[in-house]
Design a protein around this ligand. Structure first.
Ligand code: FMN
Length: 366
């Protein structure tokens, strides 16, 4: 199966299935000399771990990471870093009843037709568990970005009809609630809404917002490797993401040139912008303002309400999906979105190292 490798300079290869022995990632291109221990990665993995609240799947996994290679005496060596998480709480029999049935909204139908057979246990490679490798790699990318003064803040912006109000924005509250919302009132309303969804054997979608601050100007490569194009690919590669927008996003279609343009201002020895409709990216390059983007996440496809579908023998049947599923994917995907953004930014920062002759001469000409 092709398509499991992402990045050009900081390359990640994720591997593993939901109900196989384990999952992980191989990272190639991580610079040598970074202090790295399992706990740096575990902190990130704990943010996506299942079984932590009534709003996530009840599958109980410790998701404990082991560093198998690439680190010696607490520092990265510049060689491939291999990270492994073992599966410990598979209940594959939960899936035997959907072995020959295509779940509406899931990847089953396409996988079966493409490969001729599929690992139906927990969705195999199309499971949300695949994102373990992304998050483990994202922890490392974020650590490097933080050392350069670049920080990423991600949170749930909405669940169903319940959106955050920026007047109530409380950054500290993000990590204090199970929905990762920065607004207590929106969190309480979203919680009630989700309880209702669960009671009706249904699921909910929502949106995730990510703000990246401390970006230097000029990161991204013109034409095919634009920063916004790469971010879009990274975020759209996450299961259940159905929309992506930067800055004012789809709202620009209702704007005028005058209302949409961000005026430049020279202040405190720096060129900045008065507003940030562009979301920190112009011409595919970072413009030095905060990068702001959003991802729309669809409702979890596996729901226990009876739905119509078809078997691999072309029979029309009804299906009610049992097993353990997230009633909403959004809170667990927050750190996945942040991780893919961190990997993308780091990859393009490394690419930028050879964009100018003076960068090379400064480094090599003694
Ligand atoms: C973190 C995460 C958790 C997920 N949990 C579930 C789940 O419990 N049940 C489910 O049916 N889909 C879940 N999904 C969504 C499926 O992986 C996804 O819908 C499926 O692969 C089909 O792909 P598509 O929605 O991108 O078309 C999850 C996705 C992510 C990113």
């Amino acid at each position: 199966m092709a398509g499991s490798i992402y990045g050009k300079n900081f390359t990640i290869t994720t591997w593993g299935e939901s109900h196989g022995k384990g999952l992980g990632v191989v990272i190639d291109g991580c610079p040598a000399g970074l202090d790295l221990c399992e706990n740096d990665i575990q902190k990130f993995l704990n943010r996506r771990k299942p079984g932590q609240s009534k709003f996530t799947t009840q599958r109980k996994e410790g998701d404990l990471v082991s560093i198998f290679s690439g680190v010696f005496e607490g520092k990265t060596t510049g060689t491939p870093i291999s990270l492994i998480v073992e599966n410990t709480n598979q209940r594959s029999k939960d899936y035997s009843n959907i072995k020959d049935i295509y779940r509406p909204g899931h990847a089953d139908f396409g996988f079966d037709k493409k490969y001729g057979f599929r690992d139906y246990r927990g969705g195999g490679r199309s499971s949300g568990r695949e994102t373990i490798g992304r998050v483990a790699a994202g922890a490392i990318a974020s650590k490097i970005l933080n050392s350069l003064g670049i920080t990423l803040t991600s949170y749930t912006k909405s669940i169903g009809p319940h959106k955050i109000n920026y007047d109530n924005f409380d950054k500290d509250f993000i990590s204090q609630n199970k929905l990762y919302m920065p607004d207590k009132i929106a969190y309480e309303n979203a919680s009630k809404y989700l309880e209702d969804c669960i009671a009706h054997q249904n699921s909910s979608g929502g949106t995730i917002e990510c703000v990246i601050s401390g970006m230097p100007v000029g990161i991204g490569e013109p034409v095919f490797d634009k920063l916004d194009a790469n971010l879009a690919k990274a975020i759209f590669s996450i299961g259940a993401v159905k929309g992506f927008e930067i800055g004012d996003g789809f709202d620009v279609s209702n704007a005028t040139g005058l209302s949409n343009n961000d005026s430049f201002v020279f202040k405190d020895k720096n060129i900045g912008k008065k507003t940030n409709h562009a979301g920190g990216i112009l011409g595919g390059l970072s413009d030095g303002s905060n990068i702001i983007f959003r991802a729309a996440i669809k409702p979890t496809p596996s729901i226990s309400t009876t739905q119509e579908t078809v078997t691999s023998n072309n029979e029309n049947v009804d299906i009610s999906i049992t097993g353990r599923h997230d009633p909403v994917i959004v809170p667990r995907a927050v750190v996945v979105v942040e991780s893919m953004a961190a990997i993308t930014i780091l990859d393009l920062l490394l690419e930028n190292m050879h964009s100018r002759l003076d960068y090379l001469t400064d480094f090599y000409k003694k």
